[in-house]
Design a protein around this ligand. Sequence first.
Ligand code: ADP
Ligand code: MG
Length: 678
Amino acid sequence: MDLSTSISELKGVGVETAKMLDSLGIRTSADLINNFPRRYDDYSQVLPIAKLKPGQVTIEAKISQAKGRYVRRGLHITEAIATDSSASVRLVWFNQPYRAAAIKADQAYFIAGDYGLHRGRFTINNPSVEQVSNFPINTARIIPIYHEAKGLKSFTTRKLIREVLSQTKQLPEHLPGWLLVEHKLMPFHKAVLEVHFPSSSPVLDKARRRLAFEEIFELTLAALLNKYELYKEKSLAIPFKESLAKSFVAKLPFKLTDAQRKATWRIYQDMVKTQPMNRLLEGDVGSGKTVVAAMAALMAMEEQFQVALMAPTEILARQHAETLYNLLASVGYGHHVALLIGSLKPKAKDQVQAKIRAGEVKFMIGTHALIAEKLDMHKLGLIIVDEQHRFGVEQRKKLQAKAGHMPHVLHLSATPIPRSLALTLYGELDISILDELPPGRLVVKTKLCSPNSRAGLYERLDKLLESGRQMFVVCPLIKEADFKKGLSAEAVFEKLSNHDFKHRSVALLHGRMKAADKEKVMQDFIKKKYDILVSTTVIEVGVDVPNATIMLIEGAERFGLAQLHQLRGRVGRSAHQSYCFIMLSDSRAPSQRLRALETLTDGFKLAEIDLRQRGPGAIYGTLQHGALDLRVANLSDTKLIAAARNAAQKFIEAGEDIKKYKHLAYRVKQLRAITNLN
Ligand code: ADP
Ligand code: MG
C-alpha cells in the first residue's frame, strides 16, 4: 500500500462508497489524506463519571443493561448504564436499534457525547462508543469533522483516513530545510498527520500554522517571481520634469491632498526607470485618482511618448476623456487627448488613428478593445487601467509583443482591498493608497431602513425627486421566482413604475441587457430623461451622475460591506446633500456589521471588517478562484502573512532554484498564472 493505492482496495470500501468518493474527486490514498477536516470537536478529556460537567465529554467505562424498545411508531430508544470506579451514568440513543446487540459486557469502552440534563435526568445522549485503545478515532481525542457531501459521512471519511494514515510518512517535504528551521515549522508529513488526528490542541495549532504558512508562502512567492520577471523587461524611461509638474499643479482649481502628492511622486520615481512600473493606485471613490493619472500621463507625453487609458465601459471612457482634456488643457496638452471607442463611426476612428500616427494625439482613451485596434504603438510609454481586474501577465505580454517593449502600467481601483490581502494576492504590484478624501466633501447620509418604514421613506424620496434630484435603486438579483420579496431589479422596476412612483419616469438596467442598451439607458439617465434608475450592481463601478443624490439599496444582507460602500459611492458627487438608504429584509434589529455603514465612511475600514467577519470572498468575489484554494490559511492573519512573505523574499534573494522543490515548483507555476488582477 502506498499513496497511489486506489481507495477501492481499502477495508470497508464497497462499490457504493467508492462511487461516492469518486464523485468527490477522492480516488487514491493521497486524495484521502489531502482532504483536510473542516473543523474539530474536542472530546479529548477523559473524566471519571463522578466529575462530569455538562458539555462534550468522554468517559472510560463498562456498559450494562443495554435495552432497546419502540416507544411509539418511528421512535426507537436504546438505554444503557455506563459504570466506572467513580459512578454510573445513563446512556440514551435515539433510533439506533442496532446499539444494544453491539455492546459486550466486560468490555472497556470510551464513550463520548453530550452530557447534560435531558428530560429531568442526567444522561449522555447519542454517544459514540469504541473499545479502549491507544489510538481511538471517534472518542477520547480531538475529533476531526470532515466535509459531508453526496451521502459521504464524516464518520466514514475519518475511518478511511485512519486506515491510510501511516502513508503520511511517505509525504515528501515541500519546503527548504532552512525555512523550516528559521520559522519553526513542523515537517510536512507530521503536520498532515496532526491535522487529521491531532495529539493535542497546541500541536494542532502548530500543524495548521505550518500548512497555512506554506499556502501563503506559495502565493507570495508566485507573486514575487512575477514581479521580478517583469523587472527584467525593458520599458521606456520617462524623465521627471519638476517645472512641468509644478506648473500643472499650480493651475489646478484645488490643492492636491498629501496622499495624492505622495502617490504621484512614487509614480514619477517608478517611471524614470527602464524597469516597467506595475503599480496599483487604490483609493476610495472620490479620492481623486484621475488627477494622479493625468500627472503620470503628462510626463510621458512631454517625452513624446504615447499613453493609453483603458476603462471598463464606453461611458466611463467618455467621461475620462472629458475630464482629462480639461485637466491637461491648462498646460497645453488637452488637444492630445482622443477618445477611441468601438461606437465611433469608422471615419472618425480613421481620423483619430491618423492623428496618432502623425503624433498630434498622444493620449488615447477607450475601452479594453482599444488594445485590439491596429494602432502604431511603438512609442507607447504608459498604460493606465481603470477599474479592471483583468490586466495581468498575459495581457501585458500581448502588448509587449505589439509595442516591442513593456510599457509602464498604472492600475486604478476603488475596491478597498486591505493591505494584508493586497500584499498576498497582488504581491506583484507595488501599491499606493489614497487614504484621504479631498477636504470639504459632504458626507453621504446613510440610514438602515426597516421594511415597515417603506411608505414613509417613499414619501420622503418623492420630495427629493420633486426638487429635481435623481435616484438609483440597486437590487441584488435580476429576476426572482417569488416576486413578493422585491429583491430583483425586474420586480422592483415593475412595482415602482406601475405603483409607488408611477408619476415619475423609471428605467431598468441589468447585466443581462446588451452592452449597447445598457449604455443607452445610462446615457439617458445622465441626460435626466429618467428620475429613477432601478438596477443590479452593474452600476457599482460606474459613471459620474452628480445630479443623482439618492441611493436606495434593497436586500442589504446580501451584500458585503465593501460592496455596499462602493454602491454608496455612486452618489455624493455634487454640492447637494446625498443620501444612502439601505433596506433590511425584515424589521428585526440590524447586525453590528451593517450598523458600521451608518458611522464609518472609510472604505478600507469597512473592508477590514468584512475580511475579519466574512473572509476575502466578501470583498472581492473573484478571490474564490479554484486554484487559489486556501484551505488552512486565514487571509486576515497579518502576522503569518508578513512572515511568509519575508520568507518568499528571502527564498528569491538566496538564489534558491525552485526546480529543486518539485511540489513547490508545481504549485507556484499554477499560481503565477492567476496572481494578477484577474
Ligand atoms: P476617483 O478617485 O473616484 O476617480 P476622481 O478623480 O473622479 O475620483 O475625483 C473626484 C472629484 O474630486 C473630481 O471632481 C476631482 O476634480 C475632485 N478632486 C480631485 N482631487 C481633489 C483635491 N485634491 N481637492 C479637491 N477636489 C479634488
Ligand atoms: Mg475614477
